[in-house]
Design a protein around this ligand. Sequence first.
Ligand code: UDP
Ligand code: MG
Length: 316
Amino acid sequence: MKLSLVVPCYNEAENVVPFQNAVMQAFDGCGYDYEIIFVDDGSKDATFHNLKKIFEAQACPVKVVSFSRNFGKEAGLYAGLSRASGDYISLIDADLQQRPEIVRDMVDILESEPDTDIVAAYQDRRGEGKVLSFFKKCFYSLINRLSDIPLRQDASDFRTFRKSVAQSILSLGENHRFSKGIFSWVGYNTHYIPYTACKRAAGTTKWSFRKLVNYAIDGIIGFSTRPLRLSAYLGIFTAFAAIVYLIIVVLQKIIVGIDVPGYASIIVLILLLGAMQLLCIGIIGEYVGKIFEQSKNRPIYLAKEILSYEKENRED
Ligand code: UDP
Ligand code: MG
């Protein structure tokens, strides 16, 4: 039996060596083989330099994929998964917030429960601020209402699964990869275990608020077409409201005989309708943009350099 650890790294120069040490400590003597697949996601610091040193030292089986630029964590996970040769594959961050010992527990669960395909960790206590937590809650309730695939708010990408699951994930060739949605879409039996995220070993989080908002929009657009239907409903509702208002105005004129005072109400209506039209065009535009991106059929990532302890019979 063999385990592959897929580790996306972006500007993690100070973390990669302690990470490897922690992995070796956790897995040496565990009774099965393991490999670490580091994906350097176009880091601007010495991450690749340090990964090269780790590779050359050969303290444990290591593969390194270095991207030509920053393609994002999702692309890193994809690249790592496509190179994993283990029977079980684990996705874990390089910053030691997720302890490698937990992966051992995950593997034990997969070994002892043949019906379980994925062991996913969820955070029992989150260390993030109240504002971020509030926005995340809003996002999850929105996406769960909009799309047909359920998403768990506290679940993370930290998970271990069987090879068949990895193959299913790889079979989805979308460019805008929203892994939480992909995990939910592929299905399989998932066993959730709680874990407490540790403090980042070094460096800072790579997620700015803007990046999180874009990620959330990608998630909604990628896994639901309901916003399009909502804009159609909005149109129907507006048309209905306009007809009702028309009847009221005509009746006022005929029965009461008052001239309709117009200016303010016209301005308000023009603004309101204009805003609604722009909103709907924006929603459609998001989908058209995604179709455009996908139709170009560009690769999900470009690898600049690949180091591997085992001979790879693949090209890219
Ligand atoms: N990461 C990446 N590419 C990116 C951003 C992040 O490969 O563009 C990696 C990062 O190096 C880390 C993991 O994804 O190993 C999680 O990132 P981070 O720790 O910043 O996220 P957080 O734990 O704050 O959610
Ligand atoms: Mg982190």
